[in-house]
Design a protein around this ligand. Sequence first.
Ligand SMILES: [Zn+2]
Length: 275
Amino acid sequence: MIEMPEAVTIAQQMRETLVGKTIQHFSRGALIHKFLWLSKPAEEYDAILAGLPVTGATSFGRSIYLYAGDVHLLWFGELGGRILYHLQGEALPAKYHLRWDFTDASSLTFNMQMWGFVGLLKRSELAAHPYAEVGIPPLSVRFSLECFDQLLEDYPEKTKKGVKGFLVTSKHINGIGNGYLQDILFKAKIHPSRKIPSLTAHERQKLHAAIQDTLAEAIRLGGREDERDLFDHPGGYKRLMSKETVGKPCPECGTKIEKIAYLGGACYLCPNCQV
Ligand SMILES: [Zn+2]
């Protein structure tokens, strides 16, 4: 899934590569996926976008916004998959779900994995959308330790769900998914099932720092190694806790890294370091 470091990386590459191009045509690929949501019929996407220039790209948490003309934007919501740029004459992927062709014969494809939302909205509609720009991006100035403490305090399920549930729900902190979660909890030495009221002030502080350090490092490295950027290059961030490292020794204490199933997805952790 695209998490904040991938969204930042791809939005920057979109700004550098796509701004100034004119969209010629939008189309769906041969692949249809019932968990790919558009905000209107695909024909309307083509009718609206054809002839519009790409005017910018930004990210907010796990979302990417690609601006078309002065009025519209494409919103790549919380999603998994590949958003790839192709030069004129370059072979397109064998399979893709969505495609944008530009007038200079280059193109953009999106091949979804798992699920995703690619909305076409007016910029003025974004602010009122219930799922847009919710939560606090963890590298924003708003995300102080005091703000983090308050978010933890206000989490309605703090006595029911472990800290994992809080961290991966974008309406609280917007940017973390199951990928970076593992390393964040490892660095903070906290077990994913720990209930929030049991966290000490020192643990909250370590968790806040681990969130910011992990995501900042991943942005510097262009995202994580199992995701791809706009040019189909893997990111440089190697996860400490992942399916690649399960069974290997913990980098801190040497205990074997374990995999557990918790809250709808695998967790990778050190059973000795993380309590
Ligand atoms: Zn350990």
